[in-house]
Structures are given as C-alpha cells and as structure tokens.
Design a protein around this ligand. Sequence first.
Ligand code: HEC
Ligand code: CU
Length: 454
Amino acid sequence: MRNGKMFLRMSRHFLLALGMLGTAVAEPVIQEQLVAPPNVPAPIHRSESAVVVVHLRTQEKVMEIADGVRYDFWTFNGTVPGPLIRVREGDTVELHLENDPHAHMSHNIDLHAVMGPGGGAAVTVTPPGHESILRFKAMRAGLFVYHCATAPVPMHIANGMYGMILVEPAEGLPKADEEYYLMQGDFYTTGAYHDPGLQSFDMQKLLDERPTYVLFNGREGSLIGSQALTSHTGDKVRLYVGNGGPNLVSSFHVIGQIFDSVAVEAGSVINHNVQTTLIPSGGADVVEMSTLVPGTYLLVDHSITRTFMKGALGQLVVSGAARTDLYQGHSGAPEFKESKLDPNDPMAIGRKVFTQICSACHQSNAMGLPGAFPPLAMSDFLNASPKRAIGIVLHGLHGKITVNNTGYESQMPAFGGQLSDQEIAGVLTFVLNNFNNRGGQVSADEVHAVRTAP
Ligand code: HEC
Ligand SMILES: [Cu+2]
C-alpha cells in the first residue's frame, strides 16, 4: 500500500517533469523553507529562476480563537493564515498539497498568483490521506492570496483556509528592516463573542455576513503583548497584509502612524502618506512605514467596532529614544506626579511599563476608552483589591466587570510572559500612586507568589 502510493507519487512527479521538458533548461530545484506567521521567509537574492518546491498540508485542528474559546479551524500547515510562500517572478512553483489522513473532507487550493483556470483548484482536489501536485510558473510579481476552493467555499475560508504567496519582482524588493505577515479574517461562531468553550461554525451568521469575530491571524491577541510585532524608531517596517474574508473588506489602519507607502491592492501602483487602506476580501496590500516616536502602535480595522468589539487588534511595539520635539502633550485629566526617578526605582520601572504597554489601551491619562477599556484612574475596581490586579496583569482578564458604575465586557491579554515580577510590581505601584488612586505598594515578592500559585 505504502509502496504503491510512493510509486504513484514518483510517476506523477516524473510525468510532470516530462511535461516541462520542452521548455525548461535545467533550473536549480529549491525546497521552500516555510515559517509560521507573522514571520516571513528571507528575501530572495537569486538572479535566475528556479523550481521552488513547496509542501502544504491541509489540517483540521481545534485551536483557541480567543482566551478560553476554542474553534475547529481548517488550516494550511496548522496555522491561520497558512505560511507565506516566497518566490521570484519567473520561478516555477511545484506545490505539493497533502491532506491530513485524519481530515473529514477533501480540500484544494486556488492561488491568485496562478494564471490558469481555477488558479489550481480543480487539479488539487485532495481527499484525506492523499497528495496532489500543482506546477505553475509565477508570471507576475505581487502579493497574492491563496485559499481553499472546495464547496461550500465560504465555509472553508471562514474556517481559516487561506494564506498568501509573495512573488518578488525579478530585480528583488528594496530592503526593509523588519517584515511581517498578517491576514484579517471574519469568523462565525454559534456562541456570542467570548462565549467560552468549544464553539461551532454558524452557517446562518455566515449567510447574514454577521461575524462574531474579526481577527488578525486567526486568534484574538495573536499580535498583542509578548507576541506583538516589534521595531525600532527609524526602521523601515514592511507589512504584508492580506484579507482572507470570506466577507468583510478591511479598513486597515495603524493608530498613530501614517503609511509611507502602500502598494495599493498589492499591485504596482504605489500610494504615499496614507492613513487607512482598503484591503478587499481575497486581496492584499503591502504597507511600509517608519516610526519616529517610540511606543505602542495599534493595528486595527478602522471599521472600528470590529477592533474593539470583535477582536481585530494587534500591536507594533517600537523602541528608541523619546522625541518630545515631535510628540508631547498634557492631558487635562489627572496627571502623573512629575518627579525625577532613578532607573532602579520601582516607580520609574512602573512608569516605563505603563507608557510602553498599558497606555496603549488604558490611555496615557489612564482614563480608558468608553465601551472598550476601563479606566485605571480613580478605579474603584483596582483600589478595592490591588492583589487581584496582580492576577489580571499576569493572566489577562475577560468577562463582565464593573468599574466606576460602568460595565465592561472586553478582553485584556496576559502579560505574565512578557513582564518580570519586578515590572508588574512597578507598574501597579506606579498606577496606585498616580491618577488619583489610593496609593499603596505592590512588591515583586507578592507578584511572584501569585505567579507561582497553583
Ligand atoms: C490590549 C489592551 C490592554 C492593555 C495593553 C492592558 N490592558 Fe488592562 N484591561 C484591558 C481590558 C479590555 C480590561 C477589561 C477586561 C474585561 O472587560 O474583562 C482591562 C482591565 C484592567 C484592570 C481591571 C479593571 C480596572 O479598570 O481597574 C486593571 C487593573 C488593568 N487592566 C491593568 C492593566 C495594566 C497595569 C496594564 C499594563 C501592564 C494593562 N492593564 C494593559 C485592556 C488592556
Ligand atoms: Cu478546504
């Protein structure tokens, strides 16, 4: 059986190779090294075309869609989106599509980089436990979506079956200091937003185009906290941003930033100084920016309900020297106590953590944002129990809470992986002693005790 399958594969391989004989001179054969999003394969430095062999495996897999919420995703290579494939214009892509033997149905692939009927879909229909091979020449440079095109197509896409292929122009791409890969997608669960446990797919919500979640990279919080994208002031950051859909068009925006350039719809028209760019469903944009001021920038869909009530939120954390010459302000709300603090002082550590992390959501004046982020200023919730706040920073928080008579039902990511005991002690001490809170101190030992509690 096993040998039979091997033989079949080899003979198909051989036939495909034969088919190319008429045209191809001996091109080098390269095995594509795939990496998981938001990472991107290394830039291409070849000056000749090659045959690039890519292995994708379709896999149905239960994963968290949000903290405490699980969903039966259908994936390419176990991630949403599937890995970014990176080839050079003129390369021949030999795509091996294998379907997990444990899958419940056939899957296939339509790549928008293919010029040929169905983009590869019809010739890659692959039942569980089988493999299909598609060879195509990447004729046009650009950033292209790929997705499963098995009926019902919207359902396969809604379950996470999409990714992108970057076809670099023959002359290569200009250098960027950081490159990241993200895709927006809309998800339809039977339960409401943040209903816990295993959620199933809701066909009626899909038909109504009424998603429960709108997410970057298939999971709420996938680009937040310890998983945030990072950069340094002055660096050129390039984002390969796609939209898997299946239904929504994204109004992609980075709060506090202007895109230096946008390859509109990932084509050859370059737009400059763009605030918000539209990314069609089944389309992509390449955006580049270089930040001037350090801090945390939020990646959002500026159809903003999706960001604050459905999960489409990511972070770009930028390090570098402060630029008060470019950005400075004084809010009328309760102020920080302005005092010179040495860098080993818990309050100095706390101020730094607060400005770099907490202020992105709770705002620099700690007043929060109505309907989304509760205030830390004069917070009865915080002042009632600073000990409880240790657990919140370590492990995150979701569910209904009431702060100063206002209800919030949102999600705070966990920071236990990113922040040390000393930093958490510092930030809580800092918050307690500023913004008209009641004062008090949280020690690193107390944080340690909560962290290691069973
Ligand atoms: C990505 C956004 C985000 C970031 C960053 C963030 N929080 Fe929160 N935080 C929230 C949300 C949302 C809630 C409310 C969660 C809910 O509704 O269950 C919350 C709730 C809280 C609460 C309890 C409610 C209150 O107002 O007293 C405290 C305390 C808190 N956060 C502290 C912090 C601290 C300290 C930091 C920085 C280390 C931080 N948060 C960073 C989003 C965030
Ligand atoms: Cu599929």
